[in-house]
Design a binder for this molecule. Structure first.
Ligand code: NAP
Length: 318
């Protein structure tokens, strides 16, 4: 039976269950630190919303995102990681010990913390977008694409996520229009080639969404009004789905006043290490990585955070 007993004083608590947190758990557990991992909800991070992961080393045929998470979790469990399926509601990182309060006002005391809380989808910020969320507007093609069988949908963004979402949506939708604010894509060459050559995908270049058409709690999204940034012209295209894929916001809200963040809001780590400005607090994965944002780099930074934690705990034996 899984052991989720909370100790009186933990060595290290890892917050987050994406590849960063789970890799940190594997390393910390193998180092004998008996880590406690607070999964957060939803558990598993962004890979749970991905289909095929083709670039994680060790899977020559690719692997489904949720399967990769499951594999990492099994590996972390095998070495004695304890898992708690809760959210942290309050962080007190600056004291000694550090105290994390989870659902039900349960306080967990720990010597060290690894923050691997990841990032969440960024939206455009339009009024109607918020009102039509779940009624045509989504940031998760893999979760919601199925509901748009034989319909016309749009994807907003020009990065790998947008193209990956668009390609995924071609399995369900009749047409997929990619709306991108520039006239060249940011995505990797291989993804560009696939999207540009796909018969169901069309592009609206140098365009942004100016408004959404449709009534919440009635028929939902019916179209989006696009503004061409070169000509200023407005036009409305009929779509019943709009998938926003314009990047992510690091999940730092609950500790942003305690840990130093960079100008984009990601945790600022010290030099080449995973250390934050707070002694005994380390960071890994998308929450501290504005640049690479890959499953494998997240896993690598989880490894670094566990090694840094182990060293710090040895140097700060009480
Ligand atoms: P991203 O690379 O930062 O791309 C975000 C896209 O959204 C850009 O094209 C950007 O336009 C656009 N954008 C940003 N803010 C906007 C706004 N307010 N209005 C309209 N458009 C806006 O983010 P991502 O695609 O989520 O990818 C993140 C990282 O994950 C990248 O390193 C990517 O390579 C990686 N990734 C890899 C894969 C894969 O390998 N299969 C899949 C998904 C993601 P501009 O181009 O003009 O800045």
């Amino acid at each position: 039976m899984a052991d989720n007993t909370i100790r009186e004083l933990e060595n290290v608590v890892i917050v987050g269950s994406g590849p960063a947190g789970l890799t940190a758990a594997i390393y910390a557990a193998r180092a004998g630190l008996e880590p406690l991992l607070i999964e957060g909800f939803p558990s598993g991070g962004q890979l749970m919303e991905t289909t095929d992961v083709e670039n994680f080393p060790g899977y020559p045929e690719g692997v489904l995102g949720p399967q990769l998470i499951e594999d990492l979790k099994n590996q972390a469990t095998r070495f004695g990681t304890r898992f708690i399926f809760e959210n942290v509601e309050r962080f007190d990182l600056t004291g000694d010990p550090k105290i994390l309060t989870i659902t039900g006002d349960v306080a967990i005391r720990t010597r060290a913390v690894i923050l691997a809380t990841g990032a969440t989808a960024r939206y455009l910020g339009l009024d109607n977008e918020a009102k039509l969320k779940g009624q045509g507007v989504s940031a998760c093609a893999v979760c919601d694409g199925f509901f748009f069988r034989d319909q016309d949908v749009a994807v907003i963004g020009g990065g790998d996520s947008a193209l990956e979402d668009a390609l995924f949506l071609t399995h369900h939708a009749r047409t997929v229009t990619i709306v991108h604010r520039r006239d060249s894509l940011r995505a990797s060459r291989i993804m560009q080639e696939r999207a540009l050559n796909h018969p169901k995908i069309r592009f609206e270049w140098a365009s942004v969404v100016a408004d959404l058409v449709g009534e919440p709690d009635k028929d939902g999204l019916e179209g989006i009004t696009l503004k061409n940034l070169k000509t200023g012209a407005l036009k409305t295209i009929a779509v019943t789905g709009m998938f926003v894929a314009i990047g992510h916001i690091p999940a730092t809200n609950l500790f942003k006043d305690q840990v130093t963040l960079d100008e984009k809001g990601f945790i600022d780590t010290v030099g080449k290490t995973s250390s934050t400005n707070v002694p005994g607090v380390f960071a890994a994965g998308d929450v501290m990585d504005p640049l690479y944002k890959q499953a494998i780099t997240a896993a690598g930074s989880g490894c670094k955070a566990a090694l840094d934690t182990e060293k710090w705990l040895i140097e700060h034996q009480s």
